[in-house]
Design a protein around this ligand. Structure first.
Ligand code: OOG
Ligand code: NI
Length: 296
């Protein structure tokens, strides 16, 4: 069930984000992995609109049903976001990071634009889904939820919150998947080394706060590509290039208390867990125009 839903998310994401196949191809070509399945997916991420019938409380029901456990909360004051991460039922599956726009913290004008769309959803749509039907869940995750926005609304939202504009168009499309780098061969198994490999292969990295985002404990290091631009068709047929999704990379160091384990003994539970607000704050900007302008 869970695997089918994850496969559906990954296949749509891979079609929409050329960097996904390109990163995998470069990793195979340079001998880091033999096949795409050898990549450990550290986590996937979604973005949501924080209105009563949607948002995290709605979307999370799907993953709680599949055995995920809700973990820490993070708050992003200047971006007006909340987020939580979810631990998987088994280390075979990725962690999940779901964020939510604090719609009530935006201007009245932006709130009115957002609710003119989200009010089309009159009740929590997840409560109406049969969560044991993976096809129904897959269809739901790739459905419109609300009418296609007009370009003027997208632009008005973007002027106040690039996150709001991203969600009004992209809805629940996967925002990113994350390549775990620490289990790759020596020479590629740190974020610094992996970033060099990426840049040598022509990928453009998000440099908000520096290309490597490091947690204060030094044990969670992350980087991300800048989102590729997609040709978006708005209501009325207007088109515009807007930010799509991106790819992230994570290195989780072995915790001090497990430093004596041999490489062969090290499992996920021996490494730094969770997320870091300071890292995440900068990773969100992978879809922001200050970063995406470098790719277009
Ligand atoms: C999520 C950004 C944060 C992380 O791993 O900390 C994040 C987003 O862009 O929606 O992915
Ligand atoms: Ni992430």
């Amino acid at each position: 069930m869970l695997q089918e839903v994850l496969n559906g998310l990954m296949s749509r994401y891979q079609e929409r984000v050329p960097d996904v196949s390109a990163v995998i191809a470069a990793m195979i070509r340079d001998g880091l992995i033999e096949k795409a399945d050898d990549i450990e997916n550290d986590h996937i991420a979604f973005r949501t609109m924080g209105v009563p019938q949607l948002g995290v409380q709605s979307l999370e029901k799907i993953f709680l049903h599949y055995g995920y456990t809700k973990m820490e909360h993070y708050y992003f004051a200047s971006k007006k976001l909340d987020a939580w991460w979810y631990a998987p039922p088994s280390p075979r599956y990725p962690r999940i990071f779901i964020s939510e726009l604090r719609v009530k913290d935006l201007s009245q004008q932006a709130q009115d634009i957002i609710t003119s769309y989200t009010n089309e959803v009159t009740a929590d749509p997840v409560t109406q889904l049969n969560l044991d039907d993976s096809k129904a869940v897959d269809t739901f995750l790739h459905s419109g939820l609300w009418r296609t926005p007009i370009l003027a609304d997208f632009q008005a939202l973007a002027a106040e919150s690039e996150y709001a504009a991203w969600v009004i168009y992209n809805r629940y499309y996967l925002n990113h998947f994350t390549v775990s780098v620490h289990n790759l061969p020596p020479g590629y198994n740190t974020i610094a080394a992996f970033n060099s490999f990426l840049e040598k292969n022509g990928f453009i990295l998000n440099d908000a706060g520096g290309k490597i985002k490091t947690s204060p404990d030094g044990n969670l290091l992350q980087s991300a590509t800048v989102a590729g631009m997609i040709e978006a068709t708005f209501a009325g047929g207007e088109t515009s290039k807007i930010a799509g999704s991106y790819v992230e990379f994570a290195e989780r160091k072995v915790l001090q208390q497990f430093a004596t384990l041999s490489a062969a003994e090290i499992r996920r539970e021996h490494r730094r867990e969770g997320f870091e607000a300071g890292n995440a704050d900068k990773i969100f900007e992978s879809t922001y125009s200050a970063q995406t302008k470098k790719s277009s």
